[in-house]
Design a protein around this ligand. Structure first.
Ligand code: C2E
Ligand code: CA
Ligand code: CA
Length: 548
């Protein structure tokens, strides 16, 4: 038995830490013993190895080999007694991790080098725990080998980016730290990881998805009551849950959990969703659409075009303007048809809406320039997403485009929904002043569908109110007094405040008859025309342009 390696001290040091590996080389035989944890982590061929000095460079990152060789050669040729350098080594997962390796030569009683011994410290493991929340880091999650069944939950803060930009990153960090505490309590015996940003993972060995949902609900309620025991404002969280067996890989689970979470954020009022194959199918369609939309944008907006729906005068006989509505023909035939209700949301998610929104604005103004030459009073309106309003360049660019095409801004209307208007009053008010100074009119779209319609009217002066089609469309089949009362009172209110009104959703003759008596300023709906391509719209215009 080799006394150099096989002693209790070696065992004791070898087991002392997960971060530190130890090694001892018997110089006479050139055999090195490594601690078992190193053998496992680096996938070495055994605990006892011969010729390590020459074998080790195969594990070292090519860029760091020279540093290692120079240092270790100096030790073994007697120029130095200390090995001390940092380099990257490939572990059993094929990843390179930084290590610091230190060692010394021990001399025998004759002054000859007999033993080379030292420690290797893993520097990556210093990041095992996240500094902000003191939870296991996301990196650790992917190290975990699944040997059981259970469920996993990806859970995170909604709109963290908005919180950060509104109140500062330090505030955002405090919210994240708060959520970590809440989750630690709610997760009980389960393992908690801080995955990334405001997202955490709760890993539940042998935990059913139902139990995981209950955990979510506990955490959700706690985040809703933050105000009571801190100076933070309440915040909202969402989660995706996935059940697993020992045959699943962590990357598959996380992909599924992310899909479920994205779905929960979009569609699920309870903010939590358990992964199903159907969700995966929907999510795959969304990613396919998202990729194709980006390709379209990069190819000079290939596939995007506008259709126009007439806005009729209050007697329904004459055209007074149009609403430009966006259409998109996907390049990827497997997508099939894709309507604005679907692709606009995806553009808002993938960031493409700013570019596409500018395309819509420019196309609308360019086309209006042509109509303005023939019909002095005709106007065009286009839709604007809330994300476009966050871009300080957007409003100036509208005014610039009007100038470029020599269009009177009075003939351009911007349609915004109340959720946009209620967002950030200071910013919105500033944008509005600019628009108003420039002469562009603002329409409040889908009036009545949000939860702040009157608040919006009270705070922001708009030029046009478009009563949402959901109040109008079904009037012909409704016996409900309230439906008529809503339409009548909105019409009356607009008259009192001197606001131009549009009734949307006049689908047919019957609806038109129901609405006619309320004297809206303008009317829009399938009864007059569906949104139609430019050529068809020109014909419609010629036939209905008496008042222009
Ligand atoms: P919206 O702004 O409320 O546009 C009116 C929608 O109602 C249009 O649907 C139009 O086709 C439909 N519509 C018009 N008359 C009737 C009717 O009588 N009955 C019924 N059932 N529907 C009617 P579309 O074109 O599918 O657009 C859907 C939504 O997509 C729009 O709602 C708007 O929110 C958004 N959108 C469309 N184009 C753009 C755009 O260029 N930019 C942005 N940000 N959003 C757009
Ligand atoms: Ca609209
Ligand atoms: Ca609308």
């Amino acid at each position: 038995m080799n006394q150099v390696f096989d002693n209790e001290l070696f065992e004791a040091f070898a087991n002392a830490s997960d971060n530190i590996y130890i090694y001892v080389t018997d110089i006479a035989t050139d055999v090195t013993r490594w601690s078992k944890k190193a053998v496992e982590f680096f996938n070495l061929s055994g605990e006892y190895l011969t010729g390590v000095k020459d074998m080790w460079p195969m594990y070292i990152h090519p860029d760091d080999v020279a540093i290692y060789v120079a240092d270790i050669t100096a030790v073994f040729n007697g120029t130095s007694t200390q090995h001390n350098c940092q380099y990257r080594v490939r572990n059993r997962y094929g990843e390179y991790v930084w290590v610091e390796c230190r060692g010394s030569i021990i001399f025998d009683s004759d002054g000859m080098p007999s033993v080379f011994a030292g420690i290797m410290t893993r520097l990556d493991n210093q990041n095992k725990y996240d500094a902000l929340t003191h939870q296991l880091s996301g990196y650790e999650l992917f190290r975990y080998d699944i040997h059981e069944s259970g469920s996993l939950m990806l859970i995170g803060i909604d709109k963290l980016r908005t919180l950060n930009s509104r109140y500062g990153n330090l505030y955002g960090n405090r919210v994240i730290a708060y959520l970590a505490k809440v989750l630690q309590k709610a997760a009980g015996h389960m393992t908690l990881y801080r995955y990334w940003g405001g997202d955490f993972v709760v890993y539940g060995k042998n935990v059913e998805t139902q139990e995981m949902i209950a955990t979510f609900k506990k955490a959700f309620a706690a985040c809703n009551e933050v105000e009571q025991d801190s100076d933070l404002a309440n915040f909202v969280i969402s989660a995706g849950i996935v059940g697993f067996s020992k045959y699943d890989s962590m990357s598959t689970l996380m992909r599924r959990a992310e899909m479920a979470m994205a779905y929960a954020k979009r569609n699920n009022a309870s903010h939590v969703c358990v992964y199903t194959e159907e969700i995966e199918k929907q999510q795959l369609r969304r990613s396919r659409i998202s990729e194709d939309l980006i390709r379209s944008i990069q190819n000079n907006f290939e596939g995007f075009y506008l259709v126009y729906q007439p806005l009729m005068s209050n007697d329904g006989d004459e055209v007074c303007g149009c609403e430009a509505l966006l259409r998109w023909k996907p390049g990827d035939a497997s997508i099939g048809s894709c309507y604005p209700g679907e692709f606009i949301e995806i553009l808002e998610e993938n960031g493409g809406i700013k570019e596409v929104g500018s395309f819509v604005m420019r196309e609308t103004i360019r086309q209006q320039a042509d109509w303005s030459k023939r019909y002095k009073k005709f106007y065009s309106s286009f839709n604007v997403s809330y994300l476009q309003m966050e871009d300080p360049e957007f409003i100036p660019s509208i005014l610039k485009t009007c100038k470029e095409f020599d269009v009177d801004p009075e003939n351009i209307v911007m349609e915004l929904t109340e959720s946009v208007l209620a967002r950030d009053t200071v910013m919105v008010k500033k944008s509005f002043e600019m628009l108003r100074d420039g002469g562009i009119r603002i329409a409040l779209d889908d009036f009545g569908t949000g939860n702040s319609s009157f608040w919006t009217l009270h705070n922001i002066s708009v030029d046009i109110i478009k009563l949402d089609q959901s109040f109008v469309r079904g009037l012909d089949a409704s016996d409900e007094k309230i439906d008529y009362a809503i339409v009548e009172s909105v019409a009356l209110m607009c008259k009192l405040i001197g606001c131009h009104t549009v009734a949307e959703g006049i689908e047919n003759e019957e609806v038109w008859k129901c609405v006619e008596k309320y004297k809206f300023s303008s009317l829009q709906g399938y009864h007059f025309s569906r949104p139609i391509p430019l050529g068809e719209f020109e014909v419609f215009l010629q036939n209905h342009a008496m008042g222009l």
